[in-house]
Design a protein around this ligand. Structure first.
Ligand code: ADP
Ligand code: ASP
Ligand code: MG
Length: 469
């Protein structure tokens, strides 16, 4: 019995034409495989618009969020009317979309009156994009003769209550998926599940973080013991760099899960960083393919690859701040690092990179810029005594920096890799502010000024990757 999970991203369901293309692919594979599960993102741009509706409900006049909701209504209605002939099913779908957007209007109205939006409310709001797209895709499949049903992942994925970035509770999720999806699959139905969303044990809607539909597909694949997962995208696969920054980026035919994990973690938006783990731990092959060019082979992600020590891809993560705690009095004082990072953790900041001088005169770390002020304040409070005694001279933050990461299996154990990267950057007079290598065997991360980020990516790509890594 073969089970395939396919996820279609925002662009792949972003218009009636795209949905036509995606549903052709689904129907083709529904014939070829015993069991097929589809996961969809919201239509392209919809999640951003939903967030904007909630944000403007707090700060702007009522007409602003109403205009955004009217835009969403038009987008979904136009798509439905292009895809489906006028009949009862189409009317039903239009009224379901209306109902969801009417609920959204009520939510935004309450937010407007209260003057604030909670993470929990934001999850209820952002979940609407996938609720609409899953229903549209399932209806389009039925219209083309397929057996299909939309399923809200609130019925499948049980999560904790960390709104906006919820984590699945594995055993409970597995049980729900077995109970809700397996009977459909046994009936030959193609379920179209909403990506990105889940629900707490109490049934409150949560989301898995931006780009989380990839993670949904991975969770379903794991829980259904799928044979393969295919992520349908708008690019021919995982590329040597973001094609929007590097036009001559090339498709990488095969990548290891650690390489993919490193790329995703350090900003390559093509896959959500948590996606790789559930599938690769189970040795379920993962493919990234292009909805608009299905004949292209795509990228295969496997647990290990042969041939080591080459830089295969380069990525960058913007919007970072580098926080530095420094002072000669820190030398040899035990516990400074532990106290530093517990102060950081108290603010819930995600630390992407840590650099410490061996003499312990300074500790630097990289966090997203919105967290920089609260973290510096927390550190100043925690280190009040050391600051007063001048054991610590300064706690400072430098904004507008970017982490650039070169990725390739075995980089840590291959001589000469850093020389190639620094040589390429030196040629373009790009200054490297900080470096971290070694904690991951397949990544070399550098910090550069935001203005240098594009140049750094392009330079490493042209001088190192296109020259054989
Ligand atoms: P989807 O909505 O289908 O999940 P995303 O927009 O989340 O699509 O991710 C796909 C986009 O990721 C591509 O259009 C591309 O611009 C971007 N991207 C960034 N880095 C890479 C990379 N290394 N390889 C391929 N795509 C990348
Ligand atoms: N729609 C969600 C987002 O835009 C999830 C996804 O597309 O994967 O973040
Ligand atoms: Mg995505």
């Amino acid at each position: 019995m073969s089970t395939l999970v396919m996820k279609f991203g925002g662009t792949s369901v972003g218009s009636a034409e795209a949905i036509n293309q995606a549903t052709d692919i689904v129907l083709d594979y529904a014939q070829k495989r015993d069991r097929l599960v589809v996961v969809v993102s919201a239509m392209n741009g919809v999640t951003d618009a939903l967030i904007e509706s909630a944000r403007t409900a707090v700060t702007e006049e009522e007409k602003v969020f109403r205009r955004i909701i009217a835009g969403l209504r038009a987008k979904h209605h136009d798509t439905i009317k292009t895809l489906l002939p006028q009949n009862g099913e189409r009317d039903q779908l239009l009224s379901t979309v209306n109902q969801l957007l009417d609920d959204l209007t009520v939510f935004c109205h309450s937010i407007h009156i209260l003057g604030e939006v909670t993470p929990r409310a934001l999850d209820a709001i952002t979940a609407m994009g996938e609720r609409m797209s899953a229903r549209i895709v399932a209806a389009a499949l039925r219209h083309k003769g397929g057996k299909s049903q939309a399923v809200d992942a609130t019925e499948l994925i049980v999560t904790d209550d960390k709104y906006q970035n919820a984590a699945p509770l594995t055993d409970k999720t597995r049980a729900k998926i077995q109970e809700r999806l397996v009977p459909l699959l046994e009936d030959g139905v193609v379920p179209v599940a909403t990506g990105f969303i889940g629900a707490t044990e109490e049934g409150v809607t949560t989301t898995l973080g931006r780009g989380g539909s990839d993670y949904t597909a991975a969770i379903l694949a794991d829980c259904l013991d799928a044979d393969e997962v295919w992520m349908w995208n708008d690019v021919d696969g995982v590329m040597t760099a973001d094609p929007r920054i590097v036009p001559d980026a090339q498709v990488i035919p095969i990548l290891s899960s650690s390489e993919m994990g490193e790329l995703a973690y350090f900003g390559a938006k093509v896959l959500h960083p948590k996606t790789v783990l559930p599938v690769v731990q189970r040795d379920i092959p993962l493919w990234v393919k292009n909805t608009f060019n299905p004949a292209a082979p795509g990228t295969r992600i496997v647990s290990k690859v042969e041939g080591k020590g080459k830089i295969k891809a380069i990525t960058a993560i913007k919007g970072m701040s580098m926080v530095t705690v420094e002072g000669r009095g820190m030398i040899g004082v035990p516990g400074i690092a532990a106290r530093t990072f517990s102060a950081v953790a108290s603010k819930g900041a995600n630390v992407l990179m840590i650099i410490q001088a061996s003499s312990e005169q300074s500790i630097c770390f990289l966090i997203p810029t919105p967290m920089a002020s609260p973290v510096v304040e927390a550190l100043e409070e925690e280190m009040e005594r050391e600051l007063a005694r001048r054991d610590i001279d300064r706690i400072s933050s430098r904004d507008n920096v970017v982490i650039v990461t070169a990725v390739g299996a075995g980089l840590r154990d291959t001589p000469g890799i850093s020389a190639k990267v620094f040589g390429a950057l030196g040629q373009a007079s790009i200054n490297v502010i900080a470096i971290a290598q070694g904690s991951s065997e397949c990544g070399l991360s550098l910090v550069v000024a935001a203005d240098d980020a594009v140049g750094a990516v392009q330079q490493v790509h042209s001088q190192v990757i296109l020259n054989g890594g």
